[in-house]
Design a binder for this molecule. Structure first.
Ligand SMILES: *Cc1c(COP(=O)(O)O)cnc(C)c1O
Length: 433
């Protein structure tokens, strides 16, 4: 006997979300006009699929929300670093926010100009910062010790940006909140006097102020409080060219989720920013660094059901993927919506969708899905951000292929790994020597 719950209001709602995220046309799910099951047949599963049009429309929506200001978007590429995604955003005018020298190099390979790349590392060696300076990217410094070394090395010859920590608590999850008082990120606003002394000692030229308070901004007022603290601090810095308000734009992962009201925040920020610029006496640039907002909804992890397993309490749908490919449900307790795209009109039943990893790896607990049969393809939504980029080879599984739909074509943008990738850097040590 299947456990079958009654069809509730909530489930009707989920269904409408399914349709919104992926169009259902003649009982076939499509992404940007392309049939998803055909894509699975062509490229196999598990598979990461991205909707390039959605990435562009998210980028454009953010740009629009701050009109008449021409904000600068520095896409936080740690969310999804595929070169094709980087190139797509570059073509639409985006810059890049990077957190490692390797991301800097990926950005350069994708064709970004160094001056369009911001490098915002935390706890990296000064050697790595020097390498980034050599590449010509904008350096964002987030601690006094590095700032002193930076000043000693470069004086006023290399301008930099300062990451301040306004200690605004944003976001519902301590793992991703970066603004609280004992966070390792940024230079505390309470240390500004010390910061100014170091700047003076080495004649350091600060051209930007930055904050990134956490990963989920639900409340425009919290965001604006942080912004106000940065505006207040700005009077201490006479060479500013830009203010960078980081990110934290939240998108809905399920119906009823509060997403960041981009248009509302846009209007309020524009007003205050223009007033601030008048007071400061110069029109500064306004920068943002969205990651999740740009790519989360564009992405789907497509998996095949290997086993439908009925236990005394639960029906499991066991799929050919798991926390090795999408760790967010296990690591952050994140909710990712799941749709059975092989059986759009089937009877709804309750399943726990689990992976094939030898550890509890639940992708979705107690989900209402249209009846899942072995072989059915399930789509896991909101898999564009922190999906592939956090994937590992745990259990010696290959990381999946990536495909992007753009211009009405589905194209492979990363091959699935093979055995050669698992053994590539392993060395057979010879103990007889
Ligand atoms: C991760 C990160 C971002 C992007 O955060 P999202 O929640 O994905 O938008 C922006 N700026 C910095 C410095 C980051 O570390």
């Amino acid at each position: 006997m299947y456990i079958c719950k009654t069809f509730t209001y909530v489930e009707v709602f989920f269904f409408s979300v399914n349709k919104f995220r992926m169009d259902l046309i003649n009982d076939r799910y499509v992404v940007a006009g392309q049939d998803v099951l055909s894509i699975c047949e062509e490229f196999g599963t598990p598979l990461y699929l991205y909707d390039g049009d959605k990435i562009v429309s998210q980028y454009n929506h953010l740009m629009e929300a701050f009109k008449p200001l021409e904000i600068k978007i520095k896409y936080a590429c740690k969310a999804l670093t595929n070169l094709n995604v980087l190139r797509l955003l570059k073509e639409h005018g985006s810059g890049l926010d990077t957190v490692s020298i390797q991301e800097v190099e990926l950005g350069l390979i994708a064709g970004f100009k160094p001056e369009d790349i911001l490098y915002t590392p935390n706890c990296v060696s000064f050697d790595e910062i020097k390498r980034a300076v050599d590449k010509g990217v904008v350096i964002n410094i987030d601690n006094i010790s590095i700032l002193e070394q930076f000043g000693h090395e470069y004086g006023d010859s290399v301008p930099c940006c300062i990451r301040l920590n306004p200690h605004i608590m944003a976001g519902g999850n301590l793992h991703i909140s970066t603004g609280h008082i004992d966070s390792k990120f940024g230079i505390s606003i309470y240390q500004i006097p010390l910061l100014l002394r170091v700047m003076q000692t080495y004649n350091i030229k600060v051209v930007g102020l930055h904050m990134h308070t956490g990963s989920d901004i639900l409340d425009a007022e919290v965001f604006l409080r942080g912004a106000d603290l940065l505006f207040d601090a700005a009077s201490n810095f006479k060479d500013l060219e830009f203010m960078d308000f980081g990110s934290g734009f939240k998108v809905a992962y399920r119906e009823g989720d509060i997403a960041t009201d981009i248009d509302g925040i846009g209007k309020k920020i524009v007003d205050r920013f223009q007033t601030f610029c008048t007071e400061y006496g110069k029109d500064l640039e306004l920068w943002f660094e969205p990651g999740k907002y740009i790519v989360s909804e564009s992405g789907y992890l497509l998996v095949k059901t290997n086993v439908v397993k009925q236990t005394v309490s639960t029906v499991f749908a066991g799929v050919d993927s798991g926390q090795n490919h999408l760790i967010r449900p296990m690591m952050y307790d994140a909710y990712h919506q799941i749709t059975n795209i092989s059986n759009p009109t089937g009877t709804r039943r309750i399943y726990s969708v689990v992976g094939y990893i030898c550890e509890t790896d639940t992708l979705g607990y107690d989900r209402s899905l249209s009846e899942v049969r072995e072989g059915d393809i399930l789509a896991i939504h909101n898999a564009g951000a922190y999906g592939f980029s956090m994937a590992t080879n745990y259990n010696s599984r290959f990381r999946p292929a990536e495909v992007m739909v753009y211009n009405n074509k589905a194209k492979l943008i990363r091959k699935k790994e093979g055995m050669e990738d698992l053994v590539r850097n392993q060395v057979m040590a010879d103990w007889s020597e």
